[in-house]
Design a protein around this ligand. Structure first.
Ligand code: SAH
Length: 221
């Protein structure tokens, strides 16, 4: 990574987005293309309009239905892990929410499969990303703990809501050597990155983090 690439990036993004990018860099995010993408995506369009002035701040924000978009650093760390370890073929995301993380995944992966259990969030995210011409995403309104409905093996699974244990159906969607990223509240709230190695999980990293809980069943609009 060349320093002059990053100064170009900081100069050419919107002031609030540029400040966010600088904070991400100060916290160890080094992936130039990821920083550039996060500087370019209009994050204010993904949060409830009353909070759009805070969209680039280092805080989670409401997206409706008592759910939140993760703060930028959390999204960046999860994505940086994926970019370091996963083959960028197919990724399964559980917890579409606003579609912000989905939009980032769609830039790097050939295909994104994303599941949301709140019908209104599912519908809004689908429409938002279609308007942004993000076309390599398949959306599912379902309980993500059941996994994806077809048996396509995934290169990576990313869960954006906190569970107490790894849902089995999701791990069986993963290819051998696939990457799993998920927040888990045991023994303390943290986000972890693991590689599937036979019936074992090799931990590649953890970070303390707080997320909304992974819930069961569906909620209709
Ligand atoms: N990645 C999202 C963050 C959303 S917060 C974003 O960038 O905005 C977590 C999301 O997970 C919420 O939208 C919540 O409704 C959803 N969720 C929780 N449990 C789920 C489940 N079992 N299946 C699918 N989605 C779930």
């Amino acid at each position: 990574m060349k320093q002059r690439d990053l100064s170009w990036l900081v100069k050419n993004t919107e002031p609030q987005a540029s400040k966010m990018v600088q904070q991400l860099m100060a916290h160890g995010i080094q992936h130039t293309e990821l920083l550039q993408l996060m500087g370019d995506i209009p994050r204010h369009q993904f949060v409830e309009s009353a909070f759009s002035h805070l969209a680039y701040s280092a805080t989670p924000l409401p997206i409706g239905k008592n759910q939140t978009i993760s703060q930028p650093l959390t999204v960046a760390r999860m994505t940086q892990w994926l970019l370091s370890y996963a083959r960028l073929g197919r990724v399964l995301e559980v917890g579409t929410g606003s579609g912000y993380q989905t939009c980032i995944l769609a830039h790097f992966f050939n295909k994104v499969h994303t599941i949301e259990r709140q019908e209104s969030l599912y519908l809004k995210a689908k429409q938002r990303l279609a308007e942004m011409q993000v076309n390599n995403v398949e959306y599912l309104f379902a309980d993500g703990q059941q996994g994806w409905s077809t048996d396509i093996p995934m290169d990576a699974v990313i869960i954006t809501a906190m569970a107490s244990k790894i849902p089995l159906a999701l791990t069986s969607c993963l290819k051998e050597q696939g990457i799993l990223i998920m927040p888990i509240d045991h023994p303390t709230p943290q986000i972890g990155c693991w590689r599937k190695e036979g019936d074992r999980w090799k931990c590649l990293g953890t970070q303390p983090a707080h997320f909304v809980p992974l819930l069961e069943g569906l909620e209709h609009a």
